[in-house]
Write a protein that binds this ligand. Structure first.
Ligand code: NAD
Length: 245
């Protein structure tokens, strides 16, 4: 056991209702860049280009940039790392209440996560038709025509992810908030905790009396209120923390 993990291990050891909250930092060791880290996506792209209104106003311009963003994320080459695998293995435990991820890369599914997973910002592995609302698997071949169109009705497709300016799916948010209220420990990994409403979940857990453990390479807004903060890489730290579940 690494010495400075002791407070985090102690805070999680007796948890009976663990909730995990993850962000893009969990997947950087799988080769997927995050948004706000040192080599994050927003160092080369402008977030305003990916707003929901932009898609409605200028679908061809939106999708041309979205294609470049998808190329930069290169999700097709990414595989789950030790942190994904450890959380997925722990998710089957009766002591593991649920997991809210902001990630859109599908790597927790690929790692065999139990159904107690909310992908709060949707999935880049799907697209949805703006006209008939049907979901389809995302296939890069769809981008041979820009903007891509629905095979069923010809409507314009939207990424299966939640875009800026678009509300989260209400049932997902309700499930995530209920877990945060009910948990007795929350483990937060690889998120800068600035994107709302998900960034408010640690507050809900703290108000409910839960222990809060944060694993992140950079400081977060909740560090001062956490029971333990581990400054390190998710792939090395997380298996040590949830391996016993
Ligand atoms: P963020 O980029 O704002 O923050 C990521 C945090 O993770 C940073 O503070 C960084 O210091 C930390 N980090 C980076 N690598 C780490 C590692 N190996 N171990 C521990 N910490 C590490 O990401 P966020 O808070 O998740 O922002 C939310 C938005 O980012 C979401 O909307 C999400 O959809 C999107 N996003 C997802 C992916 C993905 O699915 N993999 C990739 C990029 C962005």
């Amino acid at each position: 056991m690494v010495a400075d993990l002791a407070p985090a291990i102690a805070a999680l050891r007796d948890a009976r209702r663990l909730v995990v909250l993850t962000g893009a930092g969990v997947s950087t060791e799988s080769g997927v860049p995050d948004f706000r880290g040192a080599s994050g996506i927003w160092t080369t792209f402008d977030p305003r280009d990916f707003e929901y209104d932009r898609l409605l106003r200028d679908p061809a311009g939106f999708w041309a940039l979205r294609k470049r963003l998808m190329d930069a994320l290169d999700l097709a080459s990414a595989r789950p790392n030790a942190a994904h695998r450890a959380i997925a293995a722990a998710s089957a435990s009766p002591r593991f209440l649920g997991h809210v991820t902001q990630n859109i890369d599908g790597l927790f599914h690929e790692a065999g996560h139990a159904p107690n997973l909310v992908e709060a910002h949707g999935s880049a592995r799907t697209v949805r038709c703006l006209s008939c609302a049907r979901f389809f698997p995302f296939d890069p071949a769809l981008l041979a025509t820009i903007p891509p169109r629905c095979a069923s009705c010809g409507g314009i497709l939207k990424p299966g992810t939640i875009l800026f300016g678009e509300p989260l799916h209400a049932p997902d948010l309700r499930r995530a908030e209920a877990w945060a209220r009910q948990c007795d420990a929350m483990l937060v990994v690889g998120t800068s905790l600035v994107v709302h409403p998900i960034a408010a979940l640690p507050e809900v857990a703290l108000d409910a009396g839960a222990a809060l453990v944060i694993v992140n390479e950079d400081p977060t807004t909740y560090d001062a209120r956490a029971d333990a903060v581990v400054r390190g890489k998710a792939g090395a730290v997380v298996p040590e923390l949830v391996g016993g579940f």
